[in-house]
Design a protein around this ligand. Structure first.
Ligand code: ACO
Length: 387
């Protein structure tokens, strides 16, 4: 029996703190007028105290699990698409796995810039269709604000923080992810990159003094790449799914710049209303932008059961990715009884208690071993005593 990967749950999280164009004009030489007309952005969300890529991922994931009516122990794999992880190692996906109490799940991060979430969707759907997994959680989450140079007006006005998540589940009903396209062109690596902090240029006082730990971008070159690749990848993914562009009720593109969305709509010969945009409230949230846009399009009632969607992203790498999807979920989602919400709440409390207990036990264990080792006579003394 053929298996299909359906999106059965979705959720988003954006930090409370909002940064307006006027706020930015107090920080760098820019204006609300320039930002609005050149990018379409009005506000963006920025992380507050204690918020990270992992904590935002968990909030988005909990919302998605609730919609899908899936418990964390049913998840078999967690993919977190991000270029702004909590640590270089371990992966943010492992932190999410721990916070959710997803004890049966494997977990890894996926770094494909702003295309990361759609990349993750492709990987997850292939693993589901091939029968390896039944339930996969895919998250796109970013704290780009921590990598942005807040005195560089060419980049700091563009980005925002946030997270979006979907639950993908195996079904025998045709639909879900119909096709996907993944692409890369590493010759454009330096068009959008963070020069230092990796193995090529490890962090040092010098790299920090030179600001090499900040995001650098050749905006014009990325713009040209985007307006060429978004229509191309969209056409290709439709062709692979046996659909025409007219069959697509809604395009959900990576939200980088309104002018890129309009140019892509023109190139595809579709009205701009079919190119979903929520950029003005979020800015570019990199890998989080497509899942956040998906959630907002659903909540706005723009996606009905049976509709065909194309999600399409482009970004650092350079990378691009597109997925054609046949939507199979109702909206609004039927309400959950109070006791189910309570059970979920208790599960997450239990997961954090379990994590805390394991840490404490590991601490005891290593202290115990250390004091055991210290109380042993040194090896040489032992050998002498045996002679
Ligand atoms: N405020 C005021 N003026 C500005 C600002 C600003 N914030 N930023 C640049 N300018 C100035 C420039 O200095 C330049 O001045 P000059 O003519 O005196 O030299 C002028 O505005 C025009 O600059 P351009 O770079 O030509 O502006 P452009 O119209 O190309 O817009 C932008 C710049 C918004 C960055 C655009 O190129 C863009 O959106 N590129 C794509 C970026 C993108 O999508 N990045 C994300 C990729 S996804 C990922 O993986 C993260």
């Amino acid at each position: 029996m053929k298996r299909y990967a359906h999106i059965t749950g979705w959720g988003k999280y954006a930090p409370e703190k909002i940064l307006t164009n006027d706020d930015l004009s107090q920080m760098v030489d820019t204006s609300d007028e320039w930002i609005r007309t050149r990018t379409g952005i009005k506000t963006r969300h920025i992380v507050g105290e204690g918020e990270t890529t992992a904590t935002m991922s968990v909030r988005a994931a909990q919302a998605a699990l609730d919609v899908a009516n899936v418990t964390p122990d049913q998840i078999e794999l967690i993919i977190v698409a991000t270029s702004s992880p909590d640590y270089l190692t371990p992966s943010t996906a492992c932190l999410v796995q721990n916070s959710l109490g997803a004890m049966r799940a494997g977990a890894f991060d996926l770094a494909a810039g702003c295309s990361g979430f759609v990349y993750g969707l492709g990987v997850a759907s292939a693993l589901i269709e091939s029968g390896v997994y039944d339930t996969v959680l895919v998250i796109g989450a970013e704290t780009v604000s921590n990598f942005v140079n807040w005195s560089d007006r060419e980049t700091c006005v563009l980005f925002g923080d946030g997270a979006g998540a979907v639950v993908l589940q195996a079904k025998e009903v045709p639909g879900g992810v119909l096709s996907f396209v993944l692409g890369a062109d590493g010759s454009g690596a330096e068009l959008l990159y963070v020069p230092a902090g990796g193995t090529r240029q490890p962090t040092s006082a010098e790299t920090v003094a030179q600001g090499l730990h900040f995001l650098r971008m050749n905006g014009r070159a990325v713009f040209r790449f985007a307006v060429n690749i978004m229509p191309r990848a969209s056409r290709q993914v439709c062709e692979q799914a046996g659909l025409s562009l007219d069959d697509i009720e809604l395009f959900i593109p990576h939200q980088a710049n309104d002018r890129i969305l309009q140019a892509s709509a023109r190139a595809l010969n579709i009205p701009t209303e079919r190119m979903f945009s929520n950029l003005e409230h979020y800015g570019n949230t990199s890998a989080a932008s497509v899942p956040i846009a998906l959630c907002e399009a659903i909540e706005a009632g723009l996606i009905k059961r049976g509709d065909h969607l194309v999600m399409v992203g482009f970004g650092a790498g350079l990378t691009w990715a597109a997925a054609a999807i046949q939507w199979s979920m109702p909206w609004p989602v039927p309400g959950r009884p109070w006791w189910r919400k309570l059970l979920r709440w208790l599960y997450y409390r239990w997961a954090s208690l379990r994590s805390w207990t394991l840490r404490v036990l590991r601490g005891f264990d290593s202290t115990l071993r250390q004091s055991e080792e210290e109380s042993q006579p040194p090896k040489q003394e032992k050998e002498d005593a045996m002679k």
